[in-house]
Design a protein around this ligand. Structure first.
Ligand SMILES: C[S@@+](CC[C@H](N)C(=O)[O-])C[C@H]1O[C@@H](n2cnc3c(N)ncnc32)[C@H](O)[C@@H]1O
Length: 211
């Protein structure tokens, strides 16, 4: 793996200084932030591109927004799926968006929506963040964590924590580029449906998991 870290860090900082003058500019640069994050940390981002509109919509397709108040998102990146959730979320709802990258969390905070709780933390700490907002369980969970490139033990622990904190009848939706880790979900959930989303680069899958 080439050592891209320091060079891309400098590139990122200088671009942000030159180009980012206000919050709305920061949002339009989000795809650039995501590309830079991919170059620095491909082992945690798993990709250089964000989810397309079609993939974002497929990821939240099983959510009944009329009866949903607490949504948890894992691997939120710069908030590309989060924004689709916020467009439809109830005014008293909450979305806890987990992301481990500091820069991408800054992009999400710039969205500036009081219903959005940015959790700069690993998704495995879902319980702690639900407690923080006073919620017993998540109504639905949406994840784009690239489990195929993470250690298997960590991936399985996150999927188990998701199931333990998801209400009965809730859906855990997982975005993936392959079905390599489908067994993670089948070990924990009783029902796993896979849907192909062609309108994305590369074409992707959404796995809908329920218990
Ligand atoms: C494939 S990107 C998805 C970004 C965005 N949600 C999208 O759909 O385009 C995966 C994201 O998961 C984040 N991530 C990786 N491991 C994580 C973990 N343990 N907890 C929370 N986020 C994590 C990465 O930093 C990266 O931004």
């Amino acid at each position: 793996m080439p050592q891209l870290g320091p060079a891309t860090n400098l590139f990122s900082v200088s671009l942000r200084r030159k180009l980012v003058t206000n919050h709305s500019t920061l949002i339009t640069l989000s795809s650039l932030s995501f590309l830079l994050e991919g170059l620095r940390n491909i082992r945690t981002t798993g990709t250089f591109t964000r989810s397309s509109t079609a993939l974002c919509e497929a990821a939240i397709d099983r959510i009944d927004f009329n009866n949903t108040r607490v949504i948890v998102e894992f691997g939120a990146g710069d908030g590309v799926i989060t924004k689709h959730i916020l467009k439809r979320l109830h005014s008293e709802g909450k979305v806890i968006a987990f992301e481990v990258s500091e820069d991408l969390c800054a992009d999400m905070r710039a969205i500036g929506d009081p219903r959005l709780v940015v959790a700069q933390d690993s998704a495995k700490n879902i319980r702690h963040w639900l407690d923080k907002i006073g919620a017993d369980q998540a109504d639905h969970i949406v994840s784009a964590i690239p489990f195929a490139v993470l250690p298997q033990e960590l991936g399985k622990a996150i999927v188990r924590a998701a199931k333990d904190n998801l209400q009965t009848g809730g859906c855990y939706s997982q975005v993936h580029y392959s079905l390599k880790t489908k067994a993670y979900y089948e070990e924990v959930f009783s029902k796993v449906d896979a849907r192909r989303v062609w309108a994305n680069l590369p074409p992707a899958w959404v796995l809908y998991c329920q218990w």
